[in-house]
Write a protein that binds this ligand. Sequence first.
Ligand SMILES: Cc1cc2nc3c(=O)[nH]c(=O)nc-3n(C[C@H](O)[C@H](O)[C@H](O)COP(=O)(O)OP(=O)(O)OC[C@H]3O[C@@H](n4cnc5c(N)ncnc54)[C@H](O)[C@@H]3O)c2cc1C
Length: 397
Amino acid sequence: MGFDFTLSADQEAFRDAVRRFVQDEIAPIVVEMDEKEEFPRATIQRMQSEGYFGVPIPEEYGGLGLGKVGYCLLVEEIGRVDASHGAIVGAHTSLGTTPLLYYGTEEQKRRWLVPAAKGERLLAFSLTEPGSGSDSGSVRTTATPEGDGWVLNGQKIYVTNGAEADTVLVMAANDVKLGPNGGVTCFLVDKGTPGFSVGRCEKKMGLHGSSTAELLLDHVRVPADHVLGGVGHGFVAAMTALDVGRVSLGAASLGGLEASLTEALNFAKNRTQFGLPISEYEVIQFKLADMAMYAHALRLMVYQAAAHQDAMGHDPTAWGRLDRRRKTREAAIVKCLASEWTVAVIDEALQIHGGLGYIRGTPVERAYRDARIAEIFEGTNEIQRLVISRDLIERGL
Ligand SMILES: Cc1cc2nc3c(=O)[nH]c(=O)nc-3n(C[C@H](O)[C@H](O)[C@H](O)COP(=O)(O)OP(=O)(O)OC[C@H]3O[C@@H](n4cnc5c(N)ncnc54)[C@H](O)[C@@H]3O)c2cc1C
């Protein structure tokens, strides 16, 4: 195995195109979007028509076929300018399209994955419930067999894209006693299915452009061919999707980190106090140096983990046990460090801005509010440390 960390010409061209798109289309609207707390429908539609909602999906299923590395390039570039757009594309791609690609039947791929990858349908992923957060195998939304299908009943919360999605991947308990080991099933539930409705939409500290919705399931009837990955296999499908999500979340965090470092650098070079630009003071220089170290290390970690996932391919039946575990550990490490380093770097960037950093509308102020959630969602960092330490104790380094 080689250690080639350079991007191909195609990958560079893709990254540059995304960078232009983000600057031209997203940057101009983020301040207003953040203030009004509105879902950025127009830019999301533009992103969908560019193919940005199917970046890692093979071309035969309507995607751009650029793998996890290409997908991380996309979310890193988006993350430099706006975390809300990153969360919207992330919930759809990592958590929505991954289970379809990895576990869907050919028929399900044609029906749901192809339009999702082409940007014709928006997806959401719904695991969390009021009583089931970190203990995600304990979902209480019930799935009861009826005729040749299922009836779903329950309440889901905190669903990114939940208010806008055309299809939601809903995890429900087919057998509460079995829990994560065979008791959770993933259902593809389409908008408009009788009994399926959007409840409360949360007001949040940050990520103001992305919706976070409650979903209510009241005797929702779904046919048997809406079961994804087999009865009782929903928890495995969800965790596999989260492995992808945690690495791409690392890439999104990296984008936010780099943008705040750049803001801090420019500010420090231009802000004069005591007769000198503050970048001339060693205290500020060392802050900037620490920030650059985090950026460098995080970049290597994110793209190594993404390249490893690409090398594993998208057929879970072909994965060896050790590769599977390495992937999960790597994803937990990337997610945990990326979110913590990014929060730390943005905090320092805000400090370098002095009072201006605390003023509404300054990019580091918004970045600070947006970044904090990455330590919580897609599994809290405490849970990532459980995943890492359990694997470490069993397998060693
Ligand atoms: C903006 C936003 C978007 C989200 N998007 C989605 C989505 O699209 N789909 C979805 O399904 N969910 C989503 N979530 C839910 C998110 O993944 C959960 O909030 C998260 O997993 C934590 O669950 P919880 O909030 O119930 O906290 P809890 O599980 O109640 O945790 C509370 C605290 O206890 C700690 N803790 C819990 N168990 C342990 C333990 N065993 N050891 C040590 N510490 C522990 C946690 O780390 C945390 O600090 C979203 C949440 C937010 C806020």
